[in-house]
Design a protein around this ligand. Structure first.
Ligand code: HEC
Length: 486
């Protein structure tokens, strides 16, 4: 699967690079050199991944490293395949945006086209120093997998959830989280969840060995502690905002491993900083999603829509779109009650391997009644190089890599922590009503949950078409809001 991705990317890249030589008129003086022009770009945008011991397949620290790959570097940057950054500019302004300017792209392109000159040795820049310790300073608590997890040399990617007790005697307020991969050759990304229901603990049959989980740790979660992908920076909340860790919670560390060709072991860690004072703002998630997914084999424009309405004023601080390999395009907008539209994120070339959470530079204030609407498009044809099935087969909602998902986790703050419970009651009711008809066949539900869901469907599916239609949904939402939900 992977070689095809690169082939298609290079197909694009070669085309994009073609005009380079055609209109070249620059004088000799303008030829960029490595020492003066290119090294600073690489050091600021590439070396945090392209250095020894990091995820990228080669280092880009010295002139020799870069010069022998000049053409390839020009091609992958022109195609905006590197640095990896999926969010479309103009749709949300995010922290740590990895995006080269047109000027930087031109510099690299011209440098490669002119034979990649090294330049004046006096201008040689000092390669950046990287700390191997905690990037955000010493944490208050370090938690880790209880034992190393062994991975085979070869095979499909491994998705595993490890359950780590946090041993909080009372509710705690997390102000900063840093994930530190144990073995960067195999850890591709990680998502951190909190579970105070014991569900995850029950699923981990052998303590410390984790359990298989692709989409998430299960349906009921008490919140999240962010995620990590190569190049990510630690998650830090603004003053007055904290993730509350309910006492007795477990941290569920979901790891996506990409096997390296050699047997490997991993023991990843999380460093947490707490704030002593309780938060002054409420922090919670609005989950938007739809589980009615049934993509015919060969279908290349399958659209899944979903929405949820803010039950009170809120500020959006982050967004985490989630789907599997068939999804190509993800768009999430906030539709305000006054009719205006605030774009939240647009990913035009979704890549499951580069998922992550996106945090806004400044919070986006949205009034009560704002509809968060998502539209995801899937390509289940052979033309999709990421399609895990060849020939394509019918794909339904589910947790496996060969299933699909359509979720957007929107991280919001509320005026006070006291509002979180009400917000969650409303948001959970909307979410359950939205996914009810789609999750009925899912293996993720226990027999008891399945019976409950079927009962609800029987009551609220007035026209008996086996689905909760948009006009049937409000009654179900109202009913669920009054139910004691777990
Ligand atoms: C966030 C980490 C990260 C950053 C930042 C990054 N790379 Fe990469 N790069 C990778 C990884 C990982 C790969 C291997 C391919 C993959 O897994 O997608 C890669 C592959 C490449 C390749 C080989 C492509 C291929 O198909 O073989 C080139 C060339 C490259 N990067 C250049 C760059 C340049 C130039 C920059 C900066 C402008 C950069 N990268 C920034 C992680 C990164």
């Amino acid at each position: 699967m992977r070689p095809t991705i690169f082939l298609s990317i290079f197909g694009l890249a070669t085309l994009a690079a073609l005009p380079v030589t055609a209109g070249e008129t620059d004088s000799q003086a303008a030829v960029p050199t490595f020492n003066r022009d290119v090294a600073p770009i690489l050091y600021n945008n590439c070396s945090n991944c392209h250095r020894p011991g990091e995820v990228a397949p080669f280092s880009l620290l010295t002139y020799e490293d870069a010069a022998k790959r000049a053409k390839q570097i020009a091609a992958v940057t022109q195609a905006r395949f590197m640095p990896p950054w999926k969010a479309e500019p103009g749709y949300g302004h995010f922290l740590n945006e990895r995006r080269l300017t047109d000027q930087q792209l031109a510099t690299i392109r011209d440098w490669a086209a002119k034979g990649a000159p090294e330049g004046d040795p006096n201008q040689k820049p000092v390669p950046p120093k990287f700390s191997n310790g905690w990037q955000a300073g010493d944490p208050d608590q370090v938690v880790a997998m209880s034992q190393p997890y062994s991975l085979a040399a070869e095979g499909p990617d491994v998705f595993r959830c490890f359950v780590i007790p946090l041993d909080a005697k009372e509710d705690e307020y997390v102000s900063q989280v840093e994930f530190r991969p144990g073995n960067r050759r195999v850890v591709h990304h990680s998502i951190l969840f909190l579970d105070n229901t014991g569900q995850a603990r029950r699923r981990e049959k052998v303590p410390g060995q984790g359990y298989d989980c692709v989409g998430g740790p299960g349906l009921a979660i008490a919140g999240g502690l962010g995620g990590w992908a190569p190049g990510a920076t630690p998650m830090q909340f603004e003053h007055g905002i904290a993730q509350i860790v309910p006492k007795g919670s477990d941290l569920v560390m979901q790891l996506h491993y990409h096997l390296s060709g050699k047997p490997e072991e991993d023991l990843s860690q999380v460093g947490i900083k707490f704030s002593k004072a309780p938060p002054v703002k409420g922090l919670t998630l609005l989950t938007v999603g739809n589980a009615s997914i049934d993509i015919p084999a060969g279908e290349n424009q399958y659209v899944v829509k979903a929405s949820a309405t803010l039950p009170m004023d809120a500020e959006v601080i982050g967004v985490f779109p989630h789907a599997h390999y068939l999804c190509k395009d993800m768009k999430v907008d906030a539709k305000l009650p006054d009719g205006s539209v605030q774009p939240l994120i647009w990913i035009k070339d979704w890549d499951f391997n580069w998922q992550g959470s996106y945090r806004y530079v400044s919070p986006i204030k949205l009034p009560k009644g704002t509809e968060i609407a998502m539209q995801y498009t899937y390509d289940n044809s052979t033309a999709n190089p990421r399609n895990p099935s060849n020939p394509p087969r019918e794909v339904k909602f589910g947790e496996q890599t060969t299933n699909e998902m359509a979720f957007t986790f929107v991280q919001v703050t509320l005026d006070s922590p006291g509002l979180v419970a009400d917000f969650q009651r409303d948001a959970n009711a909307q979410f359950l009503a939205a996914v009810l008809d789609g999750v009925l066949d899912s293996d993720e539900l226990g027999p008891q949950q399945k019976t409950q869901m079927k009962m609800l469907l029987n009551i609220f599916d007035k026209n008996r078409n086996g689905r909760i239609d948009p006009d049937e949904r409000p009654a179900l939402v109202e009913f669920l809001k009054k139910m004691p939900l777990r």
